[in-house]
Write a protein that binds this ligand. Structure first.
Ligand code: SAM
Length: 250
């Protein structure tokens, strides 16, 4: 695939990418189709933010973009001029590329680990972005890795740029185990289209890979790395997901 740039791959990534796509992609589509993790609400707010905040041409980086299906809807009728998507999964990027054809802007797709890509961007003195989106892709990192990544992302943002995090977030005073159990209970009780086999795959994945932080922790990270403003634009009624923004100073 000539127009998807391949950042150095390794066996772990290839395995992860294939495994994610085969095992979990179909389940993730069910989550989207049923709006279980409130994508509709958050991407509608994202669209409003992009329209109102960027009244001039803007450039956006989407880390863990997946197939970008909802990002495309959020970008319709905005002033986007450049979009760069990064993901581990080539099949997802292939779909993202087709989806993004609906938007009239320059696009680049990179296959690779976003942490590695961002470090390479820093070394290369890569062009900066007005908006950086991470939607349901940050929670696999441990806290020190999240901090390091967000520090690097702050340096990749232009003045007035915004880092938009859409993700699972723990309640204040709730530890990881309590959150995971509460989340799994909600899935089992309320997500009726998930089969027992799919639940088992999800429970296994969530228990081993999900490391949600509290909103307060993100606020502290935002202050520590010099963002001028931190804002929560959405918090779902079950306290599972949030949409958080960190704004760069002008
Ligand atoms: C749950 S999906 C979210 C997709 C989309 N952003 C959304 O909100 O619907 C997570 C995506 O992040 C990608 N991903 C996870 N870890 C990654 C990493 N370290 N580097 C690049 N992509 C990653 C996965 O391949 C997957 O496409």
């Amino acid at each position: 695939m000539p127009d998807i740039k391949q950042i150095e791959s390794n066996e772990y990534e290839a395995f992860h990418s294939k495994k994610f796509f085969n095992e979990q992609w179909k389940i993730y589509q069910k989550l989207l189709d049923n709006n279980y993790i409130r994508h509709q609400e958050m991407y509608s707010i994202l669209h409003e933010l992009l329209v109102s905040y960027f009244q001039k041409p803007f450039k956006m980086l989407d880390l863990g973009c997946g197939d970008a299906s909802l990002t495309v809807d959020a970008l319709l009728n905005t002033n986007i001029v450049f979009y760069q998507g990064i993901d581990l999964s080539v099949p997802a990027l292939e779909i993202a590329k087709k989806n993004m054809a609906r938007i009239q802007c320059h696009t680049t797709f990179t296959k690779g680990d976003f942490s590695q890509s961002i470090s390479e961007f820093a070394l290369e003195g890569h062009n900066k972005f007005d908006a950086i989106l991470m939607s349901f892709a940050l929670h696999h990192l441990h806290l020190d890795e999240k901090c390091y990544l967000i520090e690097q992302l702050q340096n990749l943002l232009l003045p007035n740029g915004v880092l938009i995090l859409i993700d699972i977030v723990r309640k204040q005073e709730e530890d990881r185990e309590t959150y995971i159990q509460r989340y799994l209970d909600i899935i089992q009780k309320d997500w009726l289209s998930i089969t027992p086999e799919e639940y088992s795959i999800m429970a296994n994945h969530i228990s081993s890979n999900d490391f949600p932080e509290t909103q307060h922790t993100f606020q502290e990270i935002s202050q520590k790395y010099g963002f001028a403003l931190f804002e929560c634009l959405y918090r779902d009624s079950l306290d599972i997901t949030q949409m958080l923004c960190m704004y760069n100073a002008s």
